[in-house]
Ligand binder design. Structure first.
Ligand code: FAD
Length: 467
């Protein structure tokens, strides 16, 4: 008996050493809690609030935009048909772009031209949106204010309480201690599915066998001679010199000389509105975006790579002789971590065959884009027919008051490799926020709302869903 008691005491002491109990310093309540203020979270929070739900948007950083601002990722990938003629991803995304264009902070996707804006890429690069990071941050905040979203920066989600099939609270680490937020419905827009994971939703990590796409640290440069780069590109195009166009031989030579640190094989400088360029050339492989230690190491390595890449650009790339580093991203660009298992996990064949659903939330024609060490698997869509995404991709298995939008929604890997880009993430967010608000209004869970009513509401809000 005494031995059993000692054993129980030892287990209790061990357990206590491995947990921490902290007081809750603030409690908030709302109808809809959106966690993560990237493209999906902005769309979700604004559309939820617009449809009458008392909405909190909780974000760990001090600005909105996620990877598109803190990650310095640019431009917004295509929101049109592959020929650039038909604007597909519309609704809230179109409103946002229109306001940014009106303020001189973006080029409309139907006016987008192949050239320096697309890093001279053409396949799959029609209908891009060149934009200013600062305009995106401010305009997103304006939309939140106008809709009545309760925006809360500097809240890092860490834990959820669940009861039966429901989330009952979300907890955040803050400078002020632990904050608790309760809601009727929750929307996970963290990109990594942090809330879904804590709530016990099944998920797939990367390729399902431990492999994930490469991570990249974006940076910006100034001082590029655009006329010279344009001329180099035109000359290579005229000669059909593909390798010359992308400085692939120079990269090879520099790599052999120990002067090019990344596995990227082509230069990738996207011109911005102010004449600066956003550069996607640093890369690290086999980094787990969920592990702070690995992310830290990749960020430190990313900045070291960038220092060398700028030297490479100045030495080897015509037009970049005088370029200078302006900024490195505050956070690493993580392409892939968790994708939830949803009520419907969109299979690749559905997108290939443009399958129509009873619950479509948007249509698009984005291309599959998987980045691995030494190569990019880029499969361009060779038809202008769009494909659709269904509402059920936002509804996780097991939990009834949760929606998941953005990079961590339910789609097979090749599908998410296409719809993880910024415009589809805004569209998923719009659908999730609208559905969460309808669910609150009707007093039923998100899985029980009438999909036809959701589709009608999305259409009335400008979402393009051709029959
Ligand atoms: C290297 C790279 C290059 C890319 N290039 C392009 C491109 O050129 N064009 C394009 O359109 N797309 C591009 N993408 C894809 C695109 O940027 C992302 O997939 C897209 O931004 C995902 O949107 P999201 O809202 O799902 O997530 P994110 O943009 O990642 O936003 C998630 C938000 O949630 C917050 N968050 C995360 N965890 C927590 C937490 N626990 N608590 C509180 N807040 C949290 C984050 O701070 C962030 O603000 C690229 C991605 C990468 C990584």
């Amino acid at each position: 008996m005494k031995r059993i008691f000692l054993l129980a005491a030892a287990i209790a002491t061990f357990a206590a050493c491995n947990q921490v109990t902290l007081p809750i310093t603030r409690t908030l309540d709302c109808d809809v809690l959106v966690i993560g203020g990237g493209p999906a979270g902005i769309g979700a929070a604004v559309c939820s609030a617009r449809h009458g739900a008392n909405t909190i948007l909780a974000e760990r950083n001090g600005c909105l935009g996620g990877t598109a601002t803190s990650g310095l990722v640019a431009p917004f990938m295509s929101s049109t048909t592959p020929d650039g003629e038909t604007f597909l991803i519309r609704g809230f995304y179109e409103e946002l772009v229109n306001r940014m264009v009106a303020e001189g902070g973006a080029i409309h996707p139907l006016d987008a031209k192949i050239g320096s804006w697309t890093a001279y890429r053409d396949k799959g690069h029609h209908g891009l949106t060149t934009f200013s990071y600062e305009t995106l941050k401010r305009v997103s905040e304006e939309f939140c204010k106008e809709a009545g979203v309760n925006l809360q920066y500097h809240l890092l989600f860490i834990k959820a309480d669940t009861r039966r099939d429901k989330i009952t609270a979300a907890y955040f680490a803050t400078k002020d201690g632990i904050w608790k937020i309760t809601a009727k419905n929750y929307i996970d827009c963290t990109g990594d599915g942090d809330l879904a994971y804590q709530a016990g939703v099944p998920y797939i990590y990367g390729d399902g066998e431990g492999g994930v796409q490469a991570v990249s640290m974006f940076f910006t440069v100034r001082g590029v001679d655009k006329a010279k780069m344009d001329a180099h590109n035109a000359d290579c195009l005229a000669r059909g010199d593909y390798e010359g166009q992308w400085y692939m031989n120079e990269i090879k030579a520099a790599r052999e000389a120990g002067e090019f640190p990344s596995w990227r094989n082509k230069i990738a400088l996207f011109e911005n509105l102010d004449g600066t360029y956003s550069v996607n050339m640093a890369q690290s492989d086999e980094v787990d975006g969920l592990d702070p230690k690995q992310v830290t190491d990749a960020e430190v390595d990313g900045r070291a790579q960038i220092n060398m890449i700028v030297k490479f650009l100045r030495k080897y790339v015509s037009g970049c002789e005088n370029c200078e580093l302006m900024a490195t991203a505050d956070q690493l660009g993580v392409r892939e971590t968790r994708r939830i298992v949803g009520e419907y996990t969109v299979p690749t064949e559905d997108a290939q065959n443009s399958v129509k659903y009873p619950d479509p939330i948007f249509c698009c024609a984005n291309h599959m884009d998987i980045h691995r060490k030494g190569y990019v698997e880029y499969v361009a869509r060779n038809t202008n027919d769009p494909y659709y995404m269904p509402y059920r991709m936002l509804l996780p298995k097991k939990v009834s008051n949760l929606l998941v939008a953005g990079r961590c929604a339910a789609a097979e890997r090749p599908v998410m490799a296409a719809v993880r880009v910024i415009p589809p993430c805004f569209a998923m967010g719009q659908a999730a926020g609208t559905a969460a608000a309808l669910s609150v209004r009707q007093g039923v869970g998100p899985k029980a709302i009438d999909p036809a009513e959701l589709v009608d509401t999305l259409k009335a809000d400008g979402v393009y869903l051709p029959e």
